[in-house]
Design a protein around this ligand. Structure first.
Ligand SMILES: Cc1cc2nc3c(=O)[nH]c(=O)nc-3n(C[C@H](O)[C@H](O)[C@H](O)COP(=O)(O)OP(=O)(O)OC[C@H]3O[C@@H](n4cnc5c(N)ncnc54)[C@H](O)[C@@H]3O)c2cc1C
Length: 420
């Protein structure tokens, strides 16, 4: 390999939702991108596949949403939330706005996104390439070292992107060698299990995303149609019950879903297709995402409890921010690494846009039963359709930067509190 072939503008470690999206966004601005992953594709990843409305907006702006529908993605048109004394929903497509989400298995989604990235001349993709170390000079990241079947290789770039998931090796190495990427962890209180069902009747379940809370203390359930006529259903519950749940995964998944408010009935007559999946116990992790020459996106920088189905959307939204800011980072002359002073803009924007969702995840991860404020908000949303719309906009990550619920909504919550 020639010397110039070993130098890129950007190296992206991890080629799934965060990495492939970043590769597309940077390559379409003319950057030369090396995208690597230790996995071979297509390959699966633990996930219940929900891309919320905020995430599909990014996919649409990237020009890949239609392609993801063509490979089998189901667009959910309605979001319903059910719990004790609350049941509300909102249409995601009305009055000319298309805020529909997407549900598509990772086997198909990740491969299609990588294909879209590879279609850019500026993208070099290497699968089965495991990054083992970072190249660090003067306390700045200037590239990677890694290996594949052909041996050990080094590549250099002015920006290295760690899109390598919640156990990010990029973050770990930079933390050990240059004290970068400080982190805060909050353990998730729940375990999360899911499976695919076949034979779910359309009479029982349309193209809706349904989330349930508190069918038992701390429990939550989710259901949505995905590709090939399958339906994905998940349950989350007190992590201390994991041991007993594991004794018979399929029958316990069914019995947890059966005691839910609505989802069990929707799955009546359907059968579990394949195995029951679980991630074990996870953390919410916030990392300072920038250092000289490197940036973390997706789960590597901000990892949340799967409960609200926000991970893909957060990864896509952070990739979008990188795409916008990178024009400035790459304008004009520069040294071997983009300085952290420039990259700090990413931290500011990511935290302004995504911290409200991270904080909501941390709240439900600290305490099992829904707190009083959440109960009141759900009840308020059940009272008035405009309030349901507002709650669903927040849950679908469609609110403007850093906005949470409105003053009008808070007044309705106060009224619900007095009436409770
Ligand atoms: C059980 C479960 C259910 C979930 N359900 C949902 C859901 O419904 N909706 C939602 O939005 N989110 C969900 N999530 C979260 C979602 O899966 C993640 O947020 C998302 O996968 C993050 O994407 P990413 O690209 O940042 O990282 P990942 O998908 O983790 O990809 C990281 C990539 O980096 C590669 N990599 C790692 N180390 C190296 C290395 N050293 N060298 C080369 N490559 C490397 C890996 O092979 C991998 O392909 C769920 C998570 C779990 C665990």
């Amino acid at each position: 390999m020639s010397e110039s072939a070993k130098n890129f503008d950007v190296i992206i470690v991890g080629a799934r939702v965060a990495g492939s999206a970043t590769a597309i966004l940077l390559a379409r601005d003319g950057r030369r991108v090396l995208l690597v992953d230790k996995d071979a594709f297509p390959s699966d990843r633990l996930s219940t596949h929900i891309v919320l409305g905020g995430g599909t907006k990014v996919l649409e702006r990237m020009g890949v949403l239609e392609m993801l529908e063509r490979v089998g993605g189901v667009r959910f048109v309605r979001s319903r939330t059910v719990g004790p004394n609350f049941d509300y929903s909102a249409d995601l497509m009305r009055e000319g706005a298309d805020n529909r989400g997407l549900c598509l298995g990772r086997l198909l989604m990740d491969a299609a996104m990588i294909d879209a990235a590879r279609s850019f001349e500026g993208v070099t993709f290497r699968e089965r390439f495991r990054v083992t170390d970072l190249l660090i000079e003067d306390n700045a990241v200037v590239g990677i070292r890694g290996e594949d079947a052909s041996g050990v290789h080094e590549f250099r770039a002015t920006l290295t992107v760690g899109a390598d998931g919640m156990r990010s090796l990029v973050a770990q190495i930079a933390s050990e060698r240059i004290d970068a990427f400080k982190r805060v962890d909050v353990p998730c209180a729940r375990a999360y299990y899911y499976a695919y069902f076949e034979g779910v009747s359309r009479k029982n379940l349309g193209d809706d995303l349904i989330a349930e809370f508190e069918s038992a203390p701390g429990e939550a359930n989710l259901v949505c149609r995905c590709e090939n006529g399958l339906t994905v259903a998940a349950t989350a519950f007190d992590a201390s019950e994991m041991q007993s749940f594991r004794t018979d995964l399929a029958s316990n998944l069914r019995s947890y879903l059966n005691r839910s408010f609505a989802i069990g009935k929707m799955l009546e007559g359907a059968t579990i297709a394949g195995k029951v999946f679980s991630s074990g116990i996870l953390n919410n992790t916030w990392r300072d995402p920038v250092t000289d020459g490197a940036i973390l996106i997706g789960d590597a920088g901000l990892h949340v409890d799967p409960l609200f189905g926000q991970g893909h959307s957060m990864a896509l939204m952070s990739a979008w921010i990188v795409g916008e800011l990178a024009r400035e980072w790459f304008s004009g002359g520069r040294g071997p690494a983009i300085p952290v002073d420039m990259l700090n803009d990413f931290t500011r924007r990511r935290d302004a846009e995504l911290m409200p969702y991270y904080k909501a995840s941390v709240r439900v991860s600290r305490e099992l039963p829904l707190d009083r404020g959440s109960h009141l908000a759900h009840r308020a949303a059940s009272r008035e359709q405009w309030a349901a719309d507002e709650m669903v906009r927040f849950a679908q990550m469609l609110t403007p930067t850093a906005a949470s619920l409105s003053f009008r909504f808070a007044r309705l919550m106060a009224a619900a509190s007095r009436g409770a």
